[in-house]
Design a protein around this ligand. Structure first.
Ligand code: CP
Ligand code: NVA
Length: 316
């Protein structure tokens, strides 16, 4: 009978010089080595979940969500519970009643970790600055690192490798695009982002990503799609940008991933989307429902990748 896993030795550092990750506020908080080990662990946790059923016994996390969520919130709650821990939830503005630094120092006394979805990235930076416990970014206006851990797990499962793949991201240069550039780019995936003028990724993040990986930023979807193994898109109006939605709807129309656009990638390319999807906007029903769509594999892997993340950050 397989022994339950409390501390997974395969997760421990191969190079003693590299410190154990302590947080995931931006993608760069995980080194490439840490991400590779996390992917390996996520695969093992997916295959043999019961071995890890007591790994976080007695650990309590706070889930703070300023914005709506289906996948992130439920998969974190499930992940924590399936690892033997528990979670408490708070929905609403984190600084609604008191300063973020006070919220942070309360949670620091009660819990062993914070998972936070915030409007402004500075809120999560502040939570991390005022606590000693791991803080996990469950989406901010700038990054969505947990999504991308599941995405690279999905890509690797599909292709058996990451190095040498090309991923075309078509649409808004948003939080998901930023994290794809930073995480997938560092693991050897050529990330090609095609956006309308004025909606390019944040220039400082693009520069950071370009230092560590192969990144293309263009206004021409055809350039991004040529030779792509995966075509990824996301909503045109992210949470918090609702007042811009009419302008965005018009600006992004030529960037809809329909069958003709999908056909410009490799013939066996997969379609990816973090969800929720707006059919008839960034993607057509035909493409998202096609046999080459892996959107529910991505959604499933949110659970496994986040379990691996929790164990990486919280195991002593
Ligand atoms: N992909 C994603 O983060 O989904 P939710 O907004 O439902 O959490
Ligand atoms: N870019 C989207 C992602 C949702 C998971 C948003 O921020 O709303």
């Amino acid at each position: 009978m397989a022994m339950p896993v409390l501390v997974d030795t395969a997760m421990l550092q191969k190079t003693p010089a590299e410190p154990k990750p302590t947080r995931l506020v931006t993608d760069l908080d995980l080194s490439t080595g840490a991400i590779e080990r996390l992917l390996e662990l996520a695969g093992r946790m997916k295959r043999t979940p019961l071995r890890y059923a007591q790994s976080l016994a007695g650990r309590y996390l706070a889930l703070l969500f300023e914005k709506p969520s289906l996948r992130t919130r439920l998969t974190f709650e499930l992940a924590i519970k399936q690892l033997g821990g528990d979670a408490v939830n708070y929905a609403g503005h984190i600084n609604g009643r008191e300063p973020v630094k006070d919220v942070a120092r309360n949670l620091d006394r009660w819990t062993q970790g914070i998972v936070a979805r915030v409007f402004s990235h500075t809120t999560i930076e502040e939570l991390a600055a005022w606590t000693h416990i791991p803080v996990i970014n469950a989406l901010s206006d700038l990054y969505h690192p947990c999504q991308i851990l599941a995405d690279i797990q999905t890509l690797e499962e599909h292709y058996g490798r990451l190095e040498g793949l090309k991923l075309a991201f078509i649409g808004d240069g948003n939080n998901v695009a930023h994290s794809l550039m930073l995480t997938a780019g560092r693991l050897g995936v050529h990330v090609a982002v095609a956006t309308p003028a004025g909606y390019e990724p944040n220039a400082a993040i693009a520069e950071q990503a370009s230092k560590a990986g192969r990144i293309t930023i263009t206004h021409d979807p055809a350039e991004a799609l040529a030779g792509a193994h995966a075509v990824y898109t996301d909503v045109w109006t992210s949470m918090g940008q609702e007042s811009e939605s009419a302008v965005r709807l018009a600006a992004f129309q030529p960037y809809q991933v329909d069958a003709a656009m999908f056909a410009q990638a490799r013939p066996d390319a997969i379609f990816m989307h973090c969800l929720p999807a707006h059919r008839g906007e960034e993607v057509t029903e035909e493409v998202i429902e096609s046999p080459r769509s892996v959107v529910f594999d991505q959604a499933e892997n949110r659970l496994h990748a986040q379990k691996a993340l929790l164990l990486t950050l919280l195991s002593s």
